[in-house]
Ligand binder design. Structure first.
Ligand code: IVH
Length: 709
């Protein structure tokens, strides 16, 4: 439909139009680019720009057309609902048009929406309009007709007036009753509107299955759902485990064709009716999350509910891209009416975009504390879920190669919840040939030592332990929360003191002259005293913290604790040979090798002695000895592992309960594992444990019963 060159041109045009002034001379370009992006979204299921950017373009057309009504053409995107029709199914007409929704992004937008309705209806400003608010499910729209209590026909939204008929597919969805007693409510014919969606966990499983069968993976639950609606084989629809959420009674008439159904005064009444008939609808109650549906007494309450929902978005088991705010009274809805594109009585409150496209401008190579080189992409700053993102990790060379990311590429970036932003993929169709391969440096960008990459490792590494970048990164790690936990001593302070020549090795941290610190800009007596107190406290740390602070590759917190329990003094380790390490369960050969190598270096021994003479504790403390496990507990002597989401307690709490019952928590599935507690969405660990056949697998409830008993 569009050539590669056209696509690139349209993409660049739309980026320019985003900041263009709304003058009639850009109307054609705006329409062209909106139509192009509708095609990417509806036909390809692969949008190039965020919903927010699309709306910005769309609203510009609306603004120009509002000022110049003579320029409105029938083919303008504002005059129709965009289409997802295909040639694969018979077309059927909807009983009433299935419109789109207007969009809003904040409380202010919602206020204007409320004001527009008030003006339109000539309502007094003290009159409070009641709103029904519910999630905006992100899947594929459907319309289902029931006649004489039987499911008669189902269709996709199509172009709003006609849709693809997909009755057999909808009949395969278990959440859709084939019969429902509409007649009890005096309804002979009804058209229900809703969204077919896939739970996030069902989507993960679906993709896992597809990966096993070498089938192409779905990009997101929405694509899997819209595709599932359109399969020719309804057993495939059923296999996708879709659910239909009904959010509107679009049409209802009695046996005489009369559309006044007694008892139906509000949107909420009609959803309640559908719920009573056994349909899946947004619910008014929820145990842990906010309810899915709420009647709000005015727009302020509706706005507060929307904002609160945005915060719990990631916890919700389905993808939602916003909320829908609807005038609750059906009478007011009717009086407010619709434009050709959307009802005036409803609006979507869109959550902040999780995905966006932007340009990859440059790649920097950062040196970590053990010399690993991390490529970091510098991006043209882009707003994602409320923050500006200008820099994302590219992890390693293979990540770049596998995704074929190039300098100058337009890339799709995602940031979901608290997850660190990452590059989903480069937009290959937007390349113009000027993009360049990302070349990994051969030498360390800081000390210029030749980089090496071990066969079994993903990272290129600078093996010069004196490399300035590594020395600083090691000091930053030493003072960090999980290591020596020196309060108030962060990365910027380490860098500052390093530049001033005060810090050359971690021993210098314990030699800091606090009187001099007090003289520094931004410090004073008080902050210098705080620093002294934090460092003095750190000197007394248990040795597992100290071991972890040494930056020995793979010596994490857990392994440090295991080792700490076995030694009297950190320096004991210099006399340990391989055989001594193998006697400890959970300490593998790689870590053994790394620890031995560390203690073989005379310089390291001198450093430890120096630290000890500066007052840093190197001897085992009470906190280094694990509490005795309960030898009589129901899980005495067993190893246990928790996987998946637990509902009745947090992971930490569960582990503590297991320990109290005599079990030992371990982190990997292996021959050593005795018990696996599988919560919701348990994935590869559960699979592996099942395959081993020696692991006892418990549900969360069974685990609770066991430790209680
Ligand atoms: S009401 C006439 N409510 O959003 C008003 N729509 O952009 C019609 N959607 O294609 C929409 N959840 O399929 C409404 N709770 C909800 C919704 C919802 C998802 C979809 C709908 C439509 C799109 C509009």
């Amino acid at each position: 439909m569009y050539s590669k060159a056209e696509q690139k041109q349209l993409f660049e045009l739309s980026k320019k139009l985003l900041s263009a002034i709304e003058m009639p001379d850009i109307l054609d370009d705006l329409r062209k680019s909106v139509i192009y992006h509708e095609w990417r979204y509806y036909a390809l299921n692969d949008p190039l720009i965020s919903d927010f950017e699309y709306d910005t373009l769309y609203k510009k057309i609306e603004a120009i057309e509002a000022k110049h009504p003579e320029l409105v053409t029938p083919d303008s995107p504002t005059q129709r609902v965009s289409s997802d029709l295909t040639d694969d199914f018979p077309s059927v007409e909807h009983l009433t048009p299935m419109l789109s929704l207007d969009n809003s992004y904040d409380a202010e937008d919602l206020n204007s929406f409320d004001e527009r309705i008030r003006n339109y209806l000539g309502l007094d400003e003290n009159f409070e309009i009641e709103y029904a608010v519910e999630p905006k499910f992100d899947g594929g729209s459907i319309a289902i007709i029931y006649e004489n209590d039987n499911l008669a026909r189902a269709a996709t939204r199509g172009n709003g007036a006609v849709g693809d008929e997909i009755t057999p597919n909808i009949r395969s969805l278990r959440s859709v009753p084939l019969q429902a007693s509409f007649s009890k409510f005096g309804i002979q014919k009804a058209e229900l509107r809703g969204e077919a969606i896939i739970r996030k966990d069902a989507f993960e499983k679906l993709n896992e299955e597809r990966a096993k069968d070498d089938q192409a993976l779905f990009a997101n639950p929405r694509n899997a759902a819209t595709g599932g609606l359109r399969t020719k084989d309804s057993s495939e629809t059923a296999a996708r485990k879709m659910e239909a959420f009904l959010y509107q009674l679009g049409y209802a008439t009695d046996a005489n064709g009369n559309d006044k159904i007694p008892g139906l005064q509000t949107h909420n009444d009609s959803i309640q009716l559908l719920e009573d008939l056994g349909f899946k609808v947004p619910k008014t109650t929820s145990k842990k999350l906010l309810p899915e549906r709420k009647v709000c007494k005015n727009i302020q309450e509706a706005a507060a509910f929307c904002t609160a929902w945005q915060k719990q978005r990631e916890q919700y088991p389905y993808e939602v891209d916003g909320m829908v705010v609807k005038v609750n009274s059906l009478l007011l809805q009717q009086r407010t009416g619709s434009t050709a594109h959307h009802p005036r009585w409803a609006i979507a409150f869109k959550f902040k975009a999780k995905q966006a496209t932007t340009k990859l401008l440059n790649v920097e190579f950062q040196v970590g504390k053990i010399g690993s080189i991390t490529p970091v992409a510098k991006l043209d700053p882009v707003a994602l879920a409320g923050v500006s993102v200008s820099s994302v990790s590219l992890h390693n060379e293979d990540f770049i190669k596998n995704k074929d990311i190039r300098l100058g590429d337009t890339v799709l970036v995602e940031r979901a919840g608290d997850v660190i932003p990452y590059i989903v993929k480069p937009m290959e169709e937007l390349r113009d040939g000027t993009e360049q391969e990302i070349v990994f440096p051969e030498n360390c960008p800081v000390c210029h030592t030749k980089l090496v990459r071990q066969e079994d490792e993903a990272a290129w590494r600078c093996e010069n332990p004196e490399c300035e970048a590594q020395v600083v990164a090691r000091m930053v790690h030493h003072v960090s929360k999980h290591a020596m936990d020196i309060d108030g001593f962060g990365e910027s302070m380490v860098e500052r003191f390093y530049k001033m020549g005060w810090l050359r090795s971690i021993a210098d941290i314990y030699r800091i002259e606090y009187e001099q610190v007090a003289q520094l800009e931004g410090f004073g007596e008080k902050s210098a005293a705080n620093m002294e107190a934090a460092i003095t406290k750190a000197k007394k740390n248990p040795i597992h913290r100290f071991l972890h602070s040494l930056t020995i590759h793979h010596l994490g917190i857990k392994a440090s604790k295991i080792l700490a329990a076995e030694i009297n003094n950190v320096l004991d380790l210099k006399d340990w040979d391989e055989e001594r390490f193998t006697r400890i369960k959970d300490i593998g050969p790689v870590l053994t090798h790394n620890v031995i190598r560390f203690f073989q270096h005379e310089k390291n021994i001198l450093l430890l002695q120096e630290l000890e003479s500066l007052g840093v504790n190197l001897t085992q403390t009470d906190q280094d000895i694990p509490k005795a496990l309960n030898a009589d507990g129901p899980l005495a002597g067993k190893t246990i592992l928790f996987t998946g989401t637990l509902h009745q307690m947090g992971r930490k709490e569960a582990q503590a309960k297991a320990e109290a019952a005599g079990a030992k928590n371990i982190s990997a599935v292996s021959g050593n594992l005795n018990v696996l507690v599988a919560g919701d969405k348990a994935g590869s660990k559960l699979k592996k444990a099942t395959a081993l056949e020696t692991v006892e697998i418990l549900t969360e409830e069974e685990f609770i019963a066991l430790v209680r008993g």
